[in-house]
Design a binder for this molecule. Sequence first.
Ligand code: SF4
Length: 501
Amino acid sequence: MNIDEYLFLKALNCPKYLSLDNSHPELKKTAKGHDNLRDKKKVKELAVKLFPGGVFIDKNLNIEERIRQTKELINAPVIYNAAFSVFDIFFTVDILVNNNGKFEIYKITHSSNPKDNQIKSLSFKYFCLKSLGYNITKALIVQINKNYQATQDKTPDLNNLFIIKDYTKNALSLLNSFNQAVIDFQNNFSYYDAGLDIGEQCFKNDCDFKDYCFKDIPEQSVFNLYKLSINEKLRLYKEKIVGIENIPEELAAKRNIWKVQKENKEFIDKKVIKDFIQSLSYPLSFLDFETFSEAVPSYYKQTPYQNIPFQYSLHILEKNGSLTHKEFLCTENKDPRPGLINSLINDLPSEGKIIAFNDKFEKSVIKELLNFQSDFQPGKSDKFDKLLSLNPRFIDLIIPFKKVGFYLPKMNGSFSLKSVLPAMFPNDLELDYKNMEIHNGLLAMDGYFRIKELRLNNDNLDTSEEIEKIKNNLLKYCKLDTFAMVKILQKLIELYKIGEI
Ligand code: SF4
């Protein structure tokens, strides 16, 4: 059987993966929506420039041709996308450097911190090339330097943007295990274990077959138990304790939320809600940012993967119940931060609490905006001082949920806005994200980049239908995020007012 390296390494983690891929590829459900294609492409284009003068093997050619061309060009000083096959496994090397018959292999990643599976992949290439008889001296990863900061210069400083790390020791330490694995693979041992049960392997990486393998797990299962370790969840599962209602009393007694989950009914702790409501001061400003991040920074002082806000929604609730809405969205091809800062400090009331759901994120965005404005000093810039005054005013709407002041079984052990909202308002179409084209932060980021792309490709597209459509979808989505918070708080206030607390 001929397979590629990706599939082989997936099979190493879980033999059932290979079996399902072979027999039921239609069951595969790859992650929807955003992937990092944009970052991957840009990083690769730039990283190869660190190794000039090489020859490319065209990825669009068929496998045999790519392997043939690699063989033919093997004496070139640098080959990009070199292709090989050994043990019936096809693999490629991003950059192959030939120093007079001694080779170095490089894997390019758009990440600043390569994951175990990326190091494993590099190590596997090292093992395979050694098995083919190549003299490989080093296995390295070209990764993003997370401390890189963009300057005013539009062209990134590649020697600063990238870090090259040597993982040869990791590759050497895995040689024996790969050796055994390919022997097993060639003998078909255990590589087609279609009967393998749910286990640790399912939680190591996102698995494309998770929906299929978990199809018999009930909605309220031990896998949804809030903050219980994976090992503990698997231990319960192996003891055939699957539904939350079956978890042992002793375990449920250890955490209030586990007890509540086991009882599977609405739970209200009015004291928690009361404490939260009493800590509020009006006017209340419900704030939500949409941000983008990218591996290769585009704007001054931007760092890799920094969250750069391009949009916010703000609902302002007065004590008398009146509600107003303000918003900002940058859709031009320029740094959105200066415009956003001006708009934000104009729109936000100068007093009262600022409410966010899981406020760490909004506070970190404001902190980054302060760094961006650090040319100004406290007391010397009105703008800087106003920004500086925001973070201490935040209060996190997730608190009453995390403290189990209010719990509904439909929350399934998760207190994210996207779990709490439908559980609290199951039939309210006004609060339903499901039918929205943009319904999460990653899609919002994709929408933002799509507008940029459309503008770059044609400056006359400002009023094009597609841009207008994406703009409206972005505005609708972000507005719902803050409106949802208003509704959640109003519901908590209702609960607070019912009966005695
Ligand atoms: S969900 Fe788990 S058992 Fe199923 S293929 Fe993936 S890793 Fe294997």
